[in-house]
Design a protein around this ligand. Structure first.
Ligand SMILES: Nc1ncnc2c1ncn2[C@@H]1O[C@H](COP(=O)(O)OP(=O)(O)O)[C@@H](O)[C@H]1O
Ligand SMILES: [Mg+2]
Length: 454
């Protein structure tokens, strides 16, 4: 790891936040200067050289992006970490698109700053290949991925932004929501598109097989290993490695992955030479990885390494605006593939498809449409061509939703009251509610409760 401290400039107009950050940084051994405006920051940058500038986006005399642009034009360019407002994804997108080396959302808590700094510093030492991505006009990513829902639109925008970097990406989402497709789409929109896209599902293989699958092995490493064999990391050299179901990686594998990501080097199973590869990593999970970290099931350091940028695939339920679009896409595709003259879906069938709650998400929809195209006797898909479960959905879902919201509302109210009473301290609120902290986190997430911005 990086041990030598560097020199930092903190640009933040809120005096308390500024001093808090500066103290934290000085305590970590960084030489740290502070400034409260764009003007004085640029003044300092002219006089002294800094390794990293930590810069607020909103400043009294302008916007942090102007400091970023100023830095980008220098030959000895400092790395820039932008501090964006709470949960405002537009800012995060803009920050990355403008070429920031990293961004943090305020409030900055726990070790986020230190983690970000070590990432940024590591890249500085690593060499020039990570230096800023020039801003380019966004290109549409909608050729294979369709969606009109605003969350999908946001996702496409992020896909487009991250495709131009080699940042590690974490894709979260329920099974069948399109994680694999998104990973593929990032690769196809990156400048690595002509190099391999290699996919490995961590859940599909036993621990030893998975290690050898990823890192390769030397002859004699284990019974059956008759000759040297390169692993997927090597196969993906110059391209993208997509690790699906990362949550299922064993503790031992997590350690090896951490090292491979951190140092970009690894040894094949059974010894042999250390190998170095240039791989863009995308990982995916259908679990709540942060929750697994809290429960001690997933290494925190690895989590921070993979969670540089997170993309969340929204489930298909509650996205009914996208259903006709997807139905059309796949009706046409299967009609062509299967050579059947199915040209339309009748309104009753479409309504039913829009009402259904799709527990298997888009994957389930794709299967339902394929089946309907096969079963369809004429040119139009009708109610009869849909599976029983889809047709019967409506009354049941409505009843279940009514019950759920009737139960959920008082619970939400209680939790918010308790959090407010304890100044949003989760430990104390959990205690007063008689539940543990993890349960409280889960409930907050389920009810969409977020602490107010400071
Ligand atoms: N937005 C989308 N537009 C078009 N097809 C989609 C979309 N999302 C998912 N699909 C399709 O749904 C199926 C499941 O997607 P996949 O990426 O395998 O999901 P996951 O990896 O999350 O389980 C695939 O056939 C994929 O092509
Ligand atoms: Mg998948």
């Amino acid at each position: 790891m990086i041990s030598q401290p560097g020199s930092l400039l903190v640009v933040e107009d809120d005096g308390d936040v500024r001093e808090f950050l500066a103290d934290d940084l000085r305590a970590r051994g960084y030489r740290t200067e502070t400034s409260g405006s764009c003007g004085s920051a640029i003044g300092l940058l002219r006089e002294q050289s800094f390794d990293v500038v930590l810069c607020d986006v909103h400043l009294p005399d302008g916007d942090g992006l102007s400091v970023l642009r100023w830095c980008q034009e220098r030959r000895q360019r400092p790395s820039v970490i932008l501090l964006t407002g709470y949960g405002t994804i537009e800012n995060a997108v803009e920050a990355m698109r403008a070429g920031a080396d990293d961004y943090l959302t305020k409030p900055v808590v726990d070790d986020q700053l230190a983690e970000s700094l070590s990432r940024v510093m590591a890249r500085r030492i690593d060499g020039p290949h990570m230096v800023s991505v020039p801003p380019v006009d966004p290109s549409p990513v909608g050729e294979m991925l369709v969606g009109r829902d605003p969350r999908m639109q946001q996702l496409f925008e992020l896909v487009d932004t991250v495709a131009r970097t080699r940042t590690t990406v974490l894709i979260q989402g329920e099974s069948g929501t399109g994680k694999t497709l998104t990973a593929r789409s990032i690769h196809d929109h990156s400048d690595r598109r002509d190099r391999p896209f290699v996919e490995v599902s961590c859940g599909a293989l036993s621990e030893t097989l998975l290690e050898s699958e990823l890192f390769g092995h030397v002859a004699g490493a284990f019974t059956g290993a008759v000759s040297d064999r390169p692993g997927r990391f090597r196969q993906a050299d110059g391209g993208t490695l997509f690790l699906d179901e990362i949550d299922t990686a064993s503790p031992a594998l997590q350690v090896r992955l951490l090292r491979a990501i951190q140092d970009r080097e690894f040894e094949p199973v059974g010894g042999g030479r250390t190998e170095r590869v240039d791989v863009r990593l995308i990982v995916a999970t259908n679990k709540d990885l942060e929750g697994l970290v809290r429960e001690g099931e997933f290494r925190e350091d690895l989590y921070y390494r993979v969670n540089v940028i997170t993309l969340t695939q929204p489930p298909l339920r509650g996205r009914s605006i996208d259903i006709p679009l997807l139905v059309e896409l796949y009706r046409e595709r299967f009609a062509n593939e299967l050579g059947r003259p199915v040209a339309d879906v009748d309104p009753a069938a479409m309504e039913c498809l829009c009402e259904y709650h799709w527990p298997g998400n888009v994957r389930e929809l794709v299967n339902v449409i394929e089946r309907a195209v096969v079963l369809c006797r004429g040119e139009v898909i009708r109610l009869d061509d849909l599976p029983e479960a889809v047709r019967r959905e409506e009354p049941r879902a409505e009843a279940a939703n009514r019950l759920k919201s009737a139960l959920a509302d008082p619970e939400r109210k209680l939790i918010v009251e308790s959090l407010e009473a304890h100044g949003w301290n989760r430990q104390q609120s959990a205690l007063s509610l008689g539940i543990n902290r993890t349960t409280l986190y889960k409930k907050m997430k389920r009810h969409g409760i977020v602490a107010p911005a400071h």
